[in-house]
Design a protein around this ligand. Sequence first.
Ligand code: ZN
Length: 488
Amino acid sequence: MIRTKYLINLSKIIIHTLLFIRLSGSELLAFSEDTRVKISILYTSDEHGWIDSSFRNGGAASMMTEFKQKEGYDTNKAFLLISGGDNWTGPAISTITKGEATVETMNAMHYSLSALGNHEFDFGIENIKKNLSEASFPYLSANFRRKSDHKIPEFVKPYIIKTIQGVKVGIIGLSNVATPGLTKPANVEGYEFLPYISVLTEYTPQLLRDSAEILIAIIHDCSKDIIELSALFKSLGYTFVGTGHCHSELNSTKDGVAFIEPTSNFMKYARVDIDFDKSTKKVISLKEKIEPNTKIAPDADVKKVINKWRDITSKETDVSIGYTKNGIQIDNDILGNLVVDSWLAAFPEAQISMSNRHGIRQIIPVGNITLASIMGVLPFENEIYIVKLTGEQIIDNIKCCKPYVGGLVARNGFWLANGEKLDRNKVYKVVITDYIYSNGDKFKFKGQDSQPFMTGINFRQPLIDLIKTLKTSPDNPLDDKIDKKGRY
Ligand SMILES: [Zn+2]
């Protein structure tokens, strides 16, 4: 009897003990879980106005579906949606609206912030102020200064602190240090762009004083160059550095810092998951990936915004000005030849024309050629300049920068369209753009002719005029009228 009672009591004790252990275990577990949080970042860069679906991808509306369905994106959850800048200049829907259509689309996607890219300057400072006032998210640029007082203009912020799941995330943004050479020069007159290292060193302590627990930098510059600063980012305590500008793809961790560039044009996005322990204030783990935008069914809310802007802009841009049977491609010299030849046709006083290869941004699609297509091909607000150069200087620029060239071919020496050999000492008139004049893409014109003739003509107007003049149709397509041969 005593033995039985003893056993019953003993089993009670064991059960209580087990219960206690279980309870305290789960409490302990809950306690440690409470201190660990996951913060997810979705990151795109260089969207370049490709909000509408196209031959490239499904645009912003299908990107939003990718975010929601594949990544569980929900603005009420612990997500940051970030852009690396260069949001606006691109196809007609965005360029004709000077970026307004893209701003409204990014608002509908609930972007948290964007870095200020060099192409944000394409439509001038007043336009930046207007677009930024319409954006529901801030644009960051800690290295953008007014020359007059060396202050950051009021319409941008150097950094922000976002509180997510009780964790303060400090995000600094930087514009491309070479911006004055990467947009229409007049648009950045009176402003300067300070070097990254000094600005990061100056501002990071300020982010920490503002209690930032996780540090993120968004820099509108190429990942291959920015990753070289990994030791600096590590020493300053950064976890993730989003890059852009080069439209390339990089997902790499160096010195414990994640560097990501997710291509461009809403073609791909990156996701970064930061596992953070609030008690130790340490990042426990970091997971990153880059995913494609797969033309998935468009998100209805975002689509509605894009449709609205397509309706507004198509009245102006769906006008047909010609016809192409097979489309005009950019992966060879055909479209480049057409562009530089159109410049010579518009400015017959010049003998030669040159365009940087990167300035031509898309194919002319099959069928009717619309103004929208041409605006997509040459989306920037660049102006035609005419410079005077010697034959020697012309060859110099061809060698350094591999441009598309009009009016000149290299066949055992350089020959002009009139059959004369290019004279290295003679001076010729050369049609270029204000962009490459100001050392864009490393051309040397600025040092060679300090007084260019500024025509005031947008660089796409001659192409529009030439295509109209050729009066092409399905029976008489543009395809048959272009010189398809490389010129050197
Ligand atoms: Zn850029």
